[in-house]
Design a protein around this ligand. Structure first.
Ligand code: PMV
Length: 337
């Protein structure tokens, strides 16, 4: 009898070279590749239990039933069920120790933890690239959280998406950076990234230039990571983030994910770097939170400065961490809360 119950932990990742746009919405295939870093301290913990006694899949998120999120979960579970040749439904219990759906990539850690736990609960033991492919079906960025440290997600060429998977570039320990997250709002975002990407693809006059610039940006970031060249990584990463937001802003109607505090944080991070010599750069996703990537020795200074920005609710500092992994729930070594 295969195990029917497993628990996994995964962390969000932050893209340094962003993806914003899909080449296939049904299979969730990205229009471009992307490069990310997997965080350590923000955790999703997910338990998946398959049982012949269940009449449907169910989801409890942060202690409350979340039926509105169930269709995407069921779609991913269906892929794994097909691999295992079972029709058993599953009970999924997931908790995040950070705000859900607010630009902190909770869907990335959520779907990465889901596929790792479901794979084990079904006794499948699929290779990591298959888990990455299945996580992508839930959320494009989730494909990257299957792995730790620096990760590259391939655009892929195949129509079935089997080559649109992530792969590790460098382990977290090989270039131990820190990330200070400045949270400026706990509210869930108004436009989901999926809907926003489609709007940008259809309406932004900058969209084609954005996707065309991706190959060069990926090569530049890859080279900077290989050389551990922080200044070069700062330059290409900030450019990728601000260019993505230019695409969002030039959509019709405009996608404005920033608030006033977001903008103040961007100015502050630039000032710290240019006038105080602090090794840090900013990156922002589909939400108002600002992530300042920095060298670990500068993290306290960056955190202290961001905390003082009016409108910043709180800051969290994290190192880079490992990919999604199984934990023993009775002897929880994954560190999830
Ligand atoms: O994971 P998705 O498909 O919701 O997209 C996330 C997109 C960004 O976070 C804005 C950029 C990225 O590459 O992570």
């Amino acid at each position: 009898m295969v195990p029917t119950d497993a628990t996994a932990v995964a962390q969000p990742n932050i893209a340094l070279v962003k993806y914003w746009g899909k080449r296939d919405t049904a299979l969730n295939l990205p229009a471009t590749g992307s490069i990310s870093i997997t965080l350590d301290d923000l955790r999703t913990r997910t338990r998946v239990r398959f049982s012949p006694g269940l009449g449907a899949d169910s989801l409890t998120l942060n202690g409350a039933a979340a039926p509105e999120k169930l269709p995407r979960i069921t779609a991913v579970l269906d892929l794994l069920r097909a691999q295992a040749g079972t029709t058993r439904f599953a009970d999924v219990q997931s908790t995040n120790d950070f705000p859900t759906g607010a630009g902190l990539a909770s869907s990335a850690s959520g779907f990465a933890a889901l596929v790792v736990a479901a794979d084990a609960a079904l006794g499948l033991h699929l290779p990591p690239e298959r888990l990455s492919e299945f996580a992508r079906r839930g959320s494009g960025s989730a494909a990257r959280s299957v792995f730790g440290g620096f990760v590259e997600m391939a655009r892929g060429e195949r129509p079935d998406g089997s080559d649109a998977v992530a792969a590790p570039l460098l382990a977290a320990t090989e270039w131990p950076l820190a990330v200070v997250v400045a949270v400026t709002s706990d509210a869930a975002k108004s436009t989901s990234s999926g809907a926003g990407m489609e709007l940008s693809r259809r309406t932004s006059p900058l969209y084609d230039a954005w996707t065309a610039s991706s190959t060069a940006a990926l090569a530049e970031a890859r080279a900077a990571i290989e050389r551990r060249d922080f200044a070069a990584l700062a330059d290409i990463s900030e450019h990728s983030s601000t260019t993505m937001h230019a695409v969002m802003l030039s959509s019709r109607p405009a996608l404005i994910y920033w608030n006033g505090a977001t903008v103040e944080c961007l100015h502050l991070i630039r000032r710290l770097r240019e006038t105080s010599g602090v090794a840090t750069f900013s990156t922002v996703d589909a939400g108002p939170q600002v992530k300042a990537v920095c060298l670990p020795e500068d993290a306290a200074r960056v955190a202290d400065a961001l905390r003082e920005v009016p409108g910043v609710l709180y800051v969290r500092t994290t190192r880079l961490g490992p990919g999604a992994r199984l934990i023993d729930p009775l002897n929880d070594t994954g560190g999830a809360t």
